[in-house]
Design a protein around this ligand. Structure first.
Ligand code: MG
Length: 453
């Protein structure tokens, strides 16, 4: 197997252990060798951000790159800057929703999208072969601090929503930025949109003292309590680098990401009089139901935001996204954007009504996720057996195997990075989701055992 450096979301590891300054500098050299030219660099609020940013920047400059240091900002703000300023690419120092001891390095392509796997492989080859091309002493690159990226980004978001409708609704929201990079921009966005913002964990702090950076129902208990206490119209929560947003309705109920995806998809398709929505095969059927009911279409892709973004671009889709709250608005940019998601949701509420009643119109299913251990060497044989067993059934093999039933579906996917199969099950009721889950978990175990001999 070829050695891999980049996982599904860049290179990640524990700081000063796997994620060392030596690795960061060599990766900077490899990225600089592969991309060259003018590159942006930025970071989330992690304590190690500045240290790793300096190491990557030094590596980049040794290969002659002109580095634009954007400081601390959301990942989508850096992506927008790369696209708007026509740079050759970018690097973000972030571990997104991972705990604070982690950090990561993620590459952005010249069009502002997350880098395609083929381009990451090119960087990996240079990294492992140490075939860096460093410049002569008088041709090394330079570093330029830029402070205009957040405003440039916010201007684009405000331009893409009905600002007057939002302002007129005179809403109050509670916003929880997890002490992450969203702290730099989301309170400012709400101010620009004329929304009264009550802030929680909106001071950047690299240990994430307020709550874990992954927005879950458990980690958002303070936000939920504050929405109820202040009778706010909406609760907003980002992950650490603010490419994702999770909402709390006006009654303090946690809204799963697939339901906000369905709601926003429905509104966009309705306003365009049709159109294509792109989402991975792992997304709840509620999205398809909501979109098809109003004359739109849904295209399913492999799991992963960069893939969703690329398919959206090639099919001219009107909207797309993932069930984890990472939504993509093509008129603004082709990447997950937590702040654009906030602005769009505010626009929808201001025009269509309260969030809880809008969500009542979205069909409700029960989704269960789990994993089954399986060593990498036999995954292909296990997949072949699964496909053979269900070849008479309605299946989709876009990513792993998805088997459709009248009252739900089952998705089994081999993980690309871990020795596991992911098992996702959806049913019309919780009871039948549980039944499918138990049934398929047992079956998968049996197949793995028989292949193992
Ligand atoms: Mg993130």
């Amino acid at each position: 197997m070829t050695r891999r450096l980049f996982g599904t979301n860049g290179v990640r590891g524990i700081v000063n252990s796997e994620m060392s300054i030596e690795l960061a500098m060599d990766l900077g050299r490899a990225i600089g060798t592969a991309l060259g030219g003018r590159l942006a660099i930025g970071m989330d609020s992690r304590i190690s951000g500045e240290m790793l940013k300096c190491a990557v920047s030094a590596g980049l400059m040794s290969t002659g790159v002109k580095v634009f240091d954007l400081g601390m900002l959301p990942t989508p703000a850096l992506q927008y800057y790369v696209k708007a300023r026509k740079l050759d690419g970018g690097v973000v120092i972030t571990a997104s929703h991972n705990p604070p001891e982690f950090n990561g390095i993620k590459c952005i392509a010249a069009d502002g999208t997350e880098m395609a796997r083929e381009d990451e492989e090119r960087i990996e080859r240079i990294f492992f072969d140490r075939s860096f091309v460093v410049k002569e002493w008088d041709r090394v690159g330079s570093l330029h601090h830029q402070s205009d990226a957040p405003n440039l980004y916010l201007d684009s978001i405000v331009r893409h929503v009905d600002k007057d409708a939002i302002r007129k609704a005179s809403m109050t929201v509670v916003v929880d930025c997890a002490n992450g990079a969203g702290s730099i921009t989301t309170p400012r966005l709400l101010e620009l949109l004329g929304v009264r913002a009550i802030t929680l964990n909106c001071n950047p702090q690299g240990t994430f003292p307020g709550r874990p950076s992954e927005p879950t129902e458990e980690s958002l208990s303070d936000l939920i309590a504050l929405v109820k206490k202040t009778s706010a119209d909406l609760g907003i929560a980002h992950d650490g680098d603010a490419d994702r947003t999770i909402f709390i309705d006006e009654n303090g109920a946690f809204v799963h990401g697939d339901r906000s995806l369905a709601l926003i998809a429905r509104s966009i398709v309705k306003s365009r009089g049709g159109g294509l929505v792109v989402t991975p095969v792992s997304t709840s059927r509620c999205v398809e139901d909501a979109v098809i009911a109003i004359g739109g279409q849904v295209k399913y892709t492999k799991v992963g935001a960069p893939i969703v973004a690329r398919v959206m671009k090639s099919t001219n889709a009107v909207f797309g996204g993932e069930e984890n709250g990472g939504l993509i608005f093509p008129e603004h940019q082709y990447c997950r954007d937590g702040l654009m998601t906030v602005a769009k949701m505010l626009e929808i509420i201001s025009k269509e009504g309260r969030l809880s009643s809008l969500l009542n119109e979205i069909p409700r299913y029960s989704l269960i996720k789990g994993k089954v251990e399986c060593r990498n060497g036999i995954k292909q044989d296990v997949m072949a057996q699964l496909c053979d067993r269900f070849r008479e059934k309605a299946i989709d093999t876009t990513d792993g195997i998805k088997i459709f039933f009248d009252d739900g579906w089952v998705l089994i996917r081999p993980s690309g990075t871990e020795p596991i199969f992911r098992l996702i099950v959806e049913g019309v009721t919780e009871a039948n989701a549980k039944r499918y889950f138990a049934e398929f978990k047992t079956m998968l175990h049996e197949i793995i055992q028989s292949v193992n001999g």
